[in-house]
Structures are given as C-alpha cells and as structure tokens.
Design a protein around this ligand. Structure first.
Ligand code: DGL
Length: 281
C-alpha cells in the first residue's frame, strides 16, 4: 500500500516552492544564501527588472508592484513569499501580509534584529535606497528593540543602478560608496546594515571605506536564517531526500537578467521565463 498523502490547503504543502521577488537581480544575494542554507527547498525567483529601479518610486507604486508579484508567485503555488527587496519591504510588507493567503517575510526585521544584537556602541548605520530611508522602517524596527540606539540613515541614490548596470566595480560605484560612508564615519557607528539587497556585491568596497572594525550586516544571511526557522517551526520543510531546484521569472529582458544575475547568484542561471506585468516599459 502506498503512503497516504495528506491534502494540504494552499500554502501548506511542504513540497511547494518558496516564492521570492526583488526589483531586479539584487535579491539573488538572498537566494544564494537561501540555497546554501536550505539545499532541499525549491525556489521560484521573480525579478521585476522591467520596472527597476524601485528606489525612486512612491509607496503607492511599490504596493501595487508588490501585490502583482505576490499574486504571480501565489499562482505558481508558493508556500511562503519572501520579499528580497528592502524598498518593497519598507513600502508594502504589511499590506502584502494582510492580503496574501500564504505567509510573507521581508528583509528589514531580521537585519534590524541582528544590528541591535551586534552594536556595542549602540550606534547603527543604515545604507539604503531613497524609498527605504524615507519610509523610516529601519529606525522603527531598531527602536522597537532598543529605543536608545542612535540610527544614522544614508540614502544612496544611483548605487543599486550602478551595481546592477553591468559595471559593479567601476569608478562611479566607488565614488558613490565613498560618499555614502562619510556620514557613517562621522557618526562613529560600529555596525552598518546594508539595507539594499544589491549592496552585498560591494561589501568589500564598503568595508574598506568603513574600516574592518565596523561590522556589516546583510539581508541575505539574516533572511535565510529566518526562512529556515519559519519553515522548521511550521513543519513545512522539504524532505532531505530532495535536491532543491530553483528557477527564474523576469519582467524585463530575460537575457540581461541571466547575464547580470549570475554575478549575484554565484551559481548558474538556466532558462529565464518572461512574465508580463502592468506598467512595464
Ligand atoms: N534591491 C532593492 C532593495 O533592496 C533596490 C534597488 C532598487 O530597485 O532601487 O531595495
């Protein structure tokens, strides 16, 4: 007699994939950490490259995009949605959580938690897009845990674009990194949150400007831990006899996604499926 298969309601099937999205390829840094941490899970990654960048966009636009992308991933059977984008998390996470039939995790809370634990001087820096800085979500999340921490936020307009644009290690990127680090050094922070999923690609550049005694925190590792703990506690992990598979959807040019994405993922990217969305150029 074969094993009895439990019919799980939507989102509860442990064999279902994790759904993950970002404005572009930056979230692949989160995917990389997730694939390393959870090698048995399947993941569908959706890059909204057709509407990149998110940093200069309004909260209303980011809520609309987040809704649409969450809907696509839910339709693909995701058991859990991961918003691997700080700008979208900052603007839209509560709305997505209220409307989604499956749980939605975002990047800001896990990093804020790690920053509060790590700082000895109780001075934390946050580097992020304009949308994320303007939302004040990092300040709120850090102060929810320790209201005495001094938070210095620095918006880095153009940095994600410079990193994603094919020349992440250019003079232009270096100039933007140097500019962003000045107020952080002046504030004497001992912990810096890389509050954009594109920034881990320039972590060494940042670390050189900040000094090695400054601890840098990325979404990738913190969120991978959060995903693992969430699946384990819900009992939704994939069995360890399964080798996890990952696949890609993009709203923009699929070839460009493949080329730019490989650097972020540090693993091969196979076929990329194009998915149409509203307002796409
Ligand atoms: N990766 C996105 C984030 O974490 C932002 C880059 C952008 O689209 O401006 O905020």
């Amino acid at each position: 007699m074969g094993a009895i298969r439990v019919a799980y309601p939507i989102g509860m099937d442990p064999d279902a994939p994790i759904g993950m999205f970002d404005s572009g390829v930056g979230g692949l840094t989160v995917l990389h950490a997730t694939l390393v941490r959870l090698p048995h899970e399947d993941v569908v990654y959706l890059g909204d490259t057709g509407r990149f960048p998110y940093g200069p966009r309004s909260q209303d636009e980011l809520i609309a995009y987040g809704r649409e992308l969450t809907g696509i991933l839910v339709e693909r059977g995701a058991k859990l949605i991961v918003v691997a984008c700080n700008s979208a998390t900052a603007a839209a996470l509560p709305v997505l959580q209220q409307e989604s039939p499956v749980p939605v995790l975002g990047v800001i809370t896990p990093e804020a938690h790690a920053a509060v634990q790590a700082t000895r001087l109780r001075k934390v820096g946050v580097l992020a897009t304009e949308a994320t800085v303007n939302s004040q979500r990092y300040v709120e999340a850090i102060h929810d845990l320790d209201a005495g921490i001094q938070v210095t936020q620095v918006a880095c307009p153009g940095l994600a674009e410079s990193i994603q644009g094919g020349e992440p290690y250019s003079e232009r990127t270096l100039e933007l990194v140097q500019l962003a680090c000045v107020p952080l050094r002046e504030a004497g922070v001992d912990v810096v949150v890389l509050g954009c999923t594109h920034y881990p690609l320039v972590r060494h550049m940042l670390q050189r400007e900040l000094g090695t005694e400054v601890h840098t925190i990325t979404a990738a590792e913190e969120l991978a831990e959060e995903i693992a703990a969430t699946l384990a506690r819900k009992g939704w992990q994939r069995g360890d006899d399964h080798r996890g598979e990952y696949r890609f959807l993009a709203t923009g040019d699929t070839e460009a996604f493949r080329e730019e994405g490989t650097r972020f993922l540090q693993l091969p990217i196979g076929d990329v499926e194009h998915v149409p969305v509203a307002d796409c150029l």
